[in-house]
Design a binder for this molecule. Sequence first.
Ligand SMILES: [Zn+2]
Length: 239
Amino acid sequence: MSRPGTPGGQPGPQRTTDGASATSEPARAYAELTAGNGRFVSGAPRHPNQDAGHRAAVADGQHPFAVIVGCSDSRLAAEIIFDRGLGDLFVVRTAGHTAGPEVLGSVEYAVTVLGTPLVVVLGHDSCGAVQAARESAETGAQPSGHLRAVVDAVLPSLRRAEAEGVDDIDGIVDIHIAQTVETLLGQSPVLAEAVAQGRCAVVGVSYRLAAGVVRPVTAVPSGLASLDVPNAATDPAAA
Ligand SMILES: [Zn+2]
């Protein structure tokens, strides 16, 4: 597939990273996302691949360089916070970035059919789905309708947080992000195989609503997120 950011459109920024694995497709894709987030945070987005010419160019096929499994929160629009455009990101969103069968199937489609080299689990501070699950766990009250399915999907992360002695909401969100990464890899042998072969990586990141900054929480393989040097997520001036 094409280098991230180049499929028939405006190339993303060139990044310099150290280490041999920095040249891998998953590492380049992750660097592309953090660079875009850095542009967004610093107030200098390029809005790449959003023009009519690019729209026509990608009409015949898509080669997204990252899958985003994100929360549905209206303040978490992937193409905006990563400063990307049409054909760049394959986005799957549910309240609380849960990983049910349709989500797993969508991820597997991107990784196996489209050859996407990176899966990113995108959570955020003050997540309403996590707060709802916490409330349900504390009071024993069951939410009505299908909202219960969302809460039930988040509850294992609440139990894990309790076992680890974590009780602040953002710490629980980090655990839920890591839990979602583990669920994707544990429930999808196809994804786990792609990661084992180096064709794909899975990274969990947390987004801060007010600052707009994305921070890595976990990565498989573990070295991938640390390749982000300089770290656009924490140093907007680097982007
Ligand atoms: Zn949320």
